[in-house]
Design a protein around this ligand. Sequence first.
Ligand code: SD4
Length: 347
Amino acid sequence: MLIDINRLLKVTSVLVLVTILMISPAMSLSQLVINTWPLPNATAAAYKALERGSLLDAIVDGCTNAEEDRKMTSVGWGGSPAENGETALDALIIDGVSHNMGAVGSMKRIKNAIRVARHVLENTKHTLLVGEDATKFAVEMGFIEEDLTSQESKEQWENWKAGKCQPNFWQNVIPDSTISCGPYQPKPFQFATKDTDREGLITEDNHDTIGMIAINSHGDIAAGTSTNGATFKITGRVGDSPIPGSGAYVDNEFGAAAATGDGDVMMRFLPSYQTVENMRSGMPPSEAAEHALRRIIKYYPHFEGALVAANKTGSFGAACYGWTFQYSVMTPQMDKPEIVTVKPFEL
Ligand code: SD4
């Protein structure tokens, strides 16, 4: 009887060991950081935080790295001036475990947009704070108020003014916004505007919003975005990046997605939400992202944008339209972040 118990114990421990060995590679496979555009330093910063054990730190450290990288003129301070010459910031952070979110839109004079978004998540019951009041909130949370203009953003704005404020985001106004600066007055609304009128608004030079997904070894997911939005935007404009479901989305049971591109169009379709829903219904990440973009193209065939997506099993991918897109990714199988190039899909 005693021998039998010993045998039983041995068999059980072997079984437990085999189970652990079978589960571990699958678990470690799911750990991942993926973000829009070739920003490997941001990916590495996020991955490091993930290994320290904090999902939200991964998003904050990764996006902060892009905000502080002065070569990245379209994330953080000192880039993409609005039509009044000021830089204003959008950011979002999503905690998939609690489905809690925090975001700021069109926030002025505070450099650390993603950190302020985290305070919205952690210190308020709201989701999105905007404009001057987001600045006031940030100051209350201990952030320093300072000018976000750089020499480059000042020159960029001066050149734009000298070039009759072209391109800009106005339409159906007097004087004609395609040849003059404002102030403008409305003229009777016309339905003549085509999506080709948006060409040149989001270009290769101003497209680098960071949208990031982090998945830890338990399969829990967080996501976030940070951007200074569209160059020469109308003051007060909030883009897609801080809008849950548009700039990024997480369903902790399935996966996440994050977007970059013409945010004024993208937010009309909630493409990150759509991508996650597509993964829920069984599509692999790239296909899920492409399907979400196709919904936009139906109405805006000249639209430019991209989505990255990842699911809990460790699969990841992206799709883009209107431009060639690159993303950065790191998994346990990689020594350092890898950059992947994605060609726009054919219609
Ligand atoms: C926006 N989606 O504010 C951002 C800009 C962007 O790649 O992602 N550009 O519209």
